[in-house]
Design a protein around this ligand. Structure first.
Ligand code: SF4
Ligand code: SF4
Length: 521
C-alpha cells in the first residue's frame, strides 16, 4: 500500500515540476542572443567550484553564510536519504552499493540533518531580527516575498523532521541499516521505543510517506517560487561574465553604420529585447537583498533597489509569458496575442532607472552572479538612443563630451596646464612617443581639468619622476574616454570616443601606458 501511495505522489509531483521546468526553460530561451557566455571553460569550472560548492560569495556574511553552507551541503548529502526512502517503499531492508551498509554514511546523514535544523534556526533568527516590519527599508528583506520564505523554512524543517522520525522508527522495527553512529536517529528511537513494535511500524510508514510527500511538495513549490534558485543558480553562475560577473559591459548591437538596418534596436525597450542570460538572471534571484543592502542609491533614499528592479522585471517576464511563448501563424505572419509593454515607464519607473550610479556593488554582492548593471544600462541605452529620453541634467554633459572632449566643456587647450606647477619638465607627445620615454601617462578629464584631481595627478607625476620613471603626456590630444556617456547609455558617443582615443594611442606608438582611469583599460 505504501508503495502505491508513495509512487502516486511522486509521479504527480514530478509531472507538475517537469512541466513548470520546461515552461521556464522555454521562457529563458525566448531571449535574444548573449555573446561570450561559453568561452573560458576552465574559469567557469573554477567558479562553479568556488561559488557553488565553496559558497564563496555567501560566506562574505559569516553567520548566514555558514548556515547556508550547511543547508546546501545538507541537501546535497541528503540525496542519499531520498534514495533510501524510495528503496524502503519497495523493501524494508533496502541496500545498494554504498547506501544502506556503512556506519559512516549513517553518521554523515544524521550530522547534516541536525546541521540543517540548526541552520534553519539561524535563518529564522536573522529574519526576525531583520524583519521589514521592524526595520522598514533598512531591512535587506524589504520588498521580498517573506511569507514564501517562511514557508520554505518550514518545508525544509518538515523534510528533516519526518526523515529523522521514520529513521528512528526503523531502528525500533529492526529495518534501520546503520549502527548507533547515526546518533540523532538512535536518540529519537530511544524516545519512541516504549511505544512498541507495531506503533513504531505504523510511525515508520506514516513518516516515510510524509517525508516523500513533503519532498515532492517542496519540489513543486520550488519551481513556482524564488527558491527556483536551488536549480538555476549553478547554471546562472556557469554562464556569468568571466573572469568576474562585474566586468566590462557587453556592447549593444554593433553600431557600425554598415551593419545597421531599420530593425536594429539599441539596448532594451521590451522584455524580449533582453538576452537569454539576462532572463536567466531574473528567474535566478533569491530575493536575499544583499544587493539592496549595498546599493548607495537605496541607502540614500533614492527609489532604486537592485533587488526590487530584478523582481519587477521577473514579474513582468512571467506576465508576458503568454505573448513570448505563444504565437499564432496567420497567413504566414506571426500574430502576437498581447500588446508588449515598454519597460520604461510601464515596468520600471524612470526615476528608478536614472538613480543608478553603476558602482557595481550589487553585482559584487550577489551570490548568484546576477548582472544588474547590464540590465540597467541596456534599458538606458534604449531610452537614450531609441527614445532620446533622458534626464536634462545629462544633456549638457553629453554635449560637452561630444563637442569639447570632456564632461565640463572646458576644452582640450587646458589639458596640459597642470604641468606648469611642477619643478621638472613633462614632455608632451606631438607625434610619436620618443624612444627614450618608457610610459605614456593618460591623465583623464578630471586629472587634467578638475582643481582637486589635478593635485592627485601632480603627486603621481612627482612620484614617477622621483622613481626615475620616464613618461610623457598627450595634453590636448587626449580626449574623454566616453565612460560617463557609456554609463548613461549613450553607447554611440562612447564608441566614437573610444575609436578616436584608440587612433591617438596607436599613432603615439606607446608601448606602456600608465593611467589613473580604469575605464581607459
Ligand atoms: S550599480 Fe546601481 S543598482 Fe547596483 S549598487 Fe550601484 S547604484 Fe545600486
Ligand atoms: S539580485 Fe542577487 S543579491 Fe540581489 S536579491 Fe537577488 S539574489 Fe540577492
Amino acid at each position: 500500500m505504501r508503495l502505491i501511495v508513495g509512487l502516486v505522489i511522486t509521479v504527480a509531483a514530478l509531472a507538475i515540476a517537469l512541466n513548470r521546468a520546461l515552461f521556464i526553460m522555454k521562457l529563458v530561451r525566448s531571449g535574444a542572443k548573449a555573446p561570450n557566455r561559453s568561452s573560458t571553460i576552465a574559469s567557469r569550472i573554477s567558479t562553479e567550484l568556488t561559488e557553488v560548492l565553496g559558497q564563496r560569495k555567501l560566506l562574505a556574511k559569516t553567520i548566514p553564510g555558514i548556515a547556508h553552507f550547511f543547508t546546501f551541503w545538507g541537501f546535497t548529502i541528503l540525496i542519499a536519504t531520498i534514495i533510501e526512502a524510495y528503496g524502503a517503499l519497495f523493501q524494508s531492508n533496502f541496500a545498494i552499493p554504498l547506501i544502506g551498509h556503512d556506519s559512516w554514511l549513517g553518521f554523515i546523514e544524521d550530522f547534516f540533518s541536525v546541521a540543517v535544523l540548526v541552520s534553519l534556526v539561524v535563518f529564522s533568527i536573522i529574519r526576525v531580527i531583520n524583519a521589514p516590519k521592524k526595520k522598514a527599508k533598512a531591512s535587506r528583506f524589504y520588498g521580498s516575498h517573506n511569507s514564501a520564505a517562511w514557508l520554505v523554512l518550514a518545508g525544509i524543517a518538515l523534510v528533516v523532521i519526518t526523515l529523522l522520525v521514520y529513521r528512528a522508527a526503523q531502528v525500533n522495527t529492526g529495518d534501520f541499516p546503520y549502527s548507533n553512529f547515526a546518533f540523532a536517529s538512535h536518540l529519537i528511537a530511544n524516545a519512541l521505543a516504549p511505544l512498541g513494535h507495531s506503533a513504531n511500524s505504523a510511525i515508520e510508514t506514516i513518516f516515510l510517506l510524509g517525508n516523500i510527500a513533503i519532498i515532492m511538495g517542496f519540489l513543486v513549490f520550488v519551481t513556482y517560487s524564488k527558491h527556483l534558485h536551488i536549480f538555476v543558480a549553478p547554471i546562472n553562475i556557469a554562464f556569468s561574465r568571466r573572469p568576474k560577473a562585474l566586468g566590462a559591459l557587453d556592447k549593444t548591437p554593433n553600431m557600425d553604420p554598415e551593419e545597421l538596418s531599420e530593425d536594429s534596436v539599441f539596448g532594451v525597450g521590451k522584455i524580449e529585447d533582453f538576452s537569454w542570460k539576462q532572463l536567466l538572471d531574473l528567474v535566478t534571484c533569491t530575493e536575499c537583498g544583499r544587493c539592496q543592502e549595498q546599493c548607495p542609491a537605496w541607502n540614500t533614499q533614492k527609489p532604486l533597489s537592485p533587488k526590487l528592479l530584478i523582481m519587477d522585471l521577473r514579474e513582468h517576464l512571467f506576465e508576458s509569458s503568454q505573448r513570448l511563448l505563444t504565437t499564432t501563424k496567420d497567413s504566414g505572419t506571426t500574430q502576437v496575442l498581447q500588446e508588449p509593454k515598454m519597460l520604461v515607464p510601464s515596468v520600471i519607473d524612470p526615476d528608478v532607472l536614472w538613480s543608478c550610479t553603476t558602482c557595481g556593488a550589487c553585482v559584487e554582492a550577489c551570490p548568484v552572479d546576477i548582472e544588474h548593471i547590464d540590465a540597467i544600462v541596456d534599458m538606458r541605452r534604449y531610452q537614450v538612443l531609441m527614445e532620446s529620453d533622458f534626464p536634462s541634467e545629462a544633456q549638457g554633459m553629453l554635449r560637452n563630451i561630444e563637442n569639447q572632449g570632456d564632461p565640463w566643456g572646458l576644452g582640450s587647450s587646458h589639458r596640459g596646464d597642470w604641468v606648469s606647477e611642477l619643478d621638472f619638465e613633462v614632455p608632451i607627445i606631438t607625434n610619436e612617443i620618443p624612444e627614450d620615454i618608457e610610459y605614456l601617462f593618460w591623465v583623464g578629464c578630471a586629472g587634467a581639468l578638475d582643481e582637486r584631481a589635478r593635485k592627485v595627478t601632480q603627486s603621481i607625476a612627482r612620484l614617477l619622476h622621483r622613481s626615475g620613471v620616464t613618461f610623457a603626456i598627450l595634453a590636448k590630444k587626449e580626449s574623454c574616454t566616453g565612460d560617463p556617456a557609456r554609463r548613461l547609455g549613450n553607447e554611440y558617443l562612447y564608441q566614437s570616443q573610444a575609436m578616436t582615443n584608440i587612433e591617438t594611442l596607436n599613432s603615439a606608438k606607446a608601448k606602456k601606458d600608465h593611467s589613473l582611469l580604469p575605464s581607459l583599460l
